[in-house]
Ligand binder design. Structure first.
Ligand SMILES: [Zn+2]
Ligand SMILES: [Zn+2]
Length: 269
């Protein structure tokens, strides 16, 4: 099955431009230097000309703007990588989309590991609490994140990665994988990343950071994993699009908001 992978946002937690900053990247005229908070979208048509299905990985604070820019009219499921603000704080903007999905067949499933689900329940108690009475709350339902989850015929495989001290979730779908907020990839996860057309992996900047990979680390993983193309995301304002791409090896590039890639969503066994 063929689908499309779209970068909704490729910026780090503070976004680029970063508030109050007048550096060359934050003031750049290149639209690829403007980066919303990190998220991707996977969409495909069900066989036989069926409905378009849409999965979002993370709903950060820019989700509403990202949905508008990309003409999103439905979301069939959300997968969460972890509970940091830049990955979850747009959840409430699923509300208008969730009403139509709910009428079709029920709430939008939100797949999240226990710590992430707890954070969502705490922040959005008016949505998830058993005492919630707010009538127009999002029609969403937290579901445990399993090793493999099938959404309308497409399998999403959880790929554990380290984010500083935390273990968080990356995802593989068909011949693509999305690993954000990575500081280390456990040996056992490399086995889940064979035969990729596209690897998306985070690379914050050149200077080391305790919970994010540098460009150099990400390039090292990219070489080992050997995807046909590697796209870097979760990019801070220290990395200009053009100048960074000039020094990156062939087959490895900075992603940018709105970039779409055709992806084979068939599960490789
Ligand atoms: Zn992040
Ligand atoms: Zn994070």
């Amino acid at each position: 099955m063929d689908g499309l992978l779209t970068f909704l946002g490729t910026g780090t937690s503070m976004g680029v431009p970063t508030l109050g900053c007048d550096c060359a990247v934050c003031t750049s005229a290149d639209p690829r230097d403007r980066r919303l908070r990190p998220s991707v979208l996977v969409r495909w048509h069900e066989p036989g000309g069926g409905l378009e299905r849409v999965v979002v990985i993370d709903t950060g604070p820019d989700f509403r703007e990202q949905a508008l820019r990309n003409g999103l009219t439905r979301v069939d499921a959300v997968f969460y990588t972890h509970s940091h603000a830049d990955h979850i704080l747009g959840m409430d903007d699923l509300r208008p989309l969730s009403f139509a999905v709910f009428r079709e067949g029920g709430p939008i499933p939100l797949y999240a590991a226990p710590v992430t689900a707890e954070a969502l329940e705490r922040i959005y108690d008016y949505t998830f609490s058993s005492r919630a009475t707010y009538p127009t709350r999002a029609k969403v339902e937290l579901r445990p994140l399993a090793e493999r989850t099938t959404v309308h015929g497409v399998e999403f495989l959880r790929v554990p990665v380290q984010h500083g001290e935390m273990e968080i979730a990356g995802f593989r779908f068909g011949r693509a994988a999305y690993l954000t907020d990575v500081s280390a990839i456990p040996e056992s996860s490399f086995a889940l990343l064979e035969g990729l057309d596209y690897l998306v992996v985070s690379a914050l900047r050149h200077k080391p950071h305790p919970s994010h990979a540098t460009v150099e680390q990400a390039v090292g993983w990219a070489r080992r994993i050997g995807a046909r193309q590697t796209w870097l995301t979760h990019i801070a304002h220290q990395l200009g699009h053009e100048e960074t791409n000039r020094i990156l090896p062939d087959g490895i590039r900075l992603a940018y908001d709105g970039l779409s890639l055709p992806v084979n969503l068939e599960t490789a066994n």
